[in-house]
Ligand binder design. Structure first.
Ligand SMILES: CC(C)(COP(=O)(O)OP(=O)(O)OC[C@H]1O[C@@H](n2cnc3c(N)ncnc32)[C@H](O)[C@@H]1OP(=O)(O)O)[C@@H](O)C(=O)NCCC(=O)NCCS
Length: 175
């Protein structure tokens, strides 16, 4: 914990256009150290923005400097728009990891989605990390990509009106 209050001096707010370049650096450096990354995450964020595919995104800043970022985009369930979202990507600059910044980004984004009436959110990632936010594998929701089912988790805020194959924005997997 580095001997000081977790994430002291770091705040989370909605992303502004002036943050974009620094966010790309945060995403690049965070994923450079991640075994599962392919180096396209920052480009994906930029492409999604340009395509209007980001539903909401949040930045963690120390002063004015971005140190973490999270984005959410709409997903379809069984080919239908059911007001569900996918959490991706999530990145915290390596020097700032382990201080609860990632958790604050996740909680801020999820609260905002829930407040605007979203049905739920899915995430493809480490179950050990995302379970703390209430995510759990839901057998009726299946990721369109061939991933181990325990890595695909969901958090439902409303009774499931749709089920089946979950598809992210087409830019995922194509950038
Ligand atoms: C994942 C990530 C965003 C977490 O950010 P963070 O600010 O360090 O997260 P927090 O401080 O909120 O949480 C830290 C906790 O998460 C755990 N954690 C971090 N990455 C993890 C992973 N891949 N699997 C399981 N647990 C993980 C830490 O061990 C720590 O556990 P503890 O609370 O029991 O001590 C950050 O490690 C990161 O940017 N990683 C590279 C990019 C990435 O993998 N993004 C997620 C893609 S799905």
């Amino acid at each position: 914990m580095n001997g000081f209050h977790p994430a002291a001096g770091v705040s989370v707010r909605a992303v502004e256009a002036a943050d974009h370049a620094a966010i790309a650096t945060v995403v690049d450096t965070a994923f450079a150290a991640a075994a599962h990354a392919d180096g396209t995450e920052a480009a994906l964020v930029a492409e999604l923005r340009a395509a209007g595919g980001i539903a909401c995104e949040w930045v963690a800043v120390e002063g004015t400097a971005p140190v973490g970022h999270i984005a959410f985009s709409a997903v379809t369930l069984d080919g239908r728009d059911c007001n569900w979202f996918g959490l991706a990507p999530l990145a915290v600059a390596p020097a700032y990891q382990g201080r609860g910044i990632g958790a604050r980004l996740v909680r801020t984004g999820l609260a905002a989605l829930q407040a605007r009436g979203a049905g739920g959110c899915v995430v493809l990632g480490e179950p050990a990390y995302y379970a703390r936010f209430g995510f759990a594998a839901l057998p009726v929701l299946v990721c369109a990509w061939p991933v181990p089912p325990q890595y695909f988790q969901a958090l439902a805020w409303q009774p499931l009106a749709c089920a089946g194959i979950v598809r992210y924005h087409p830019l995922f997997g194509s950038v």
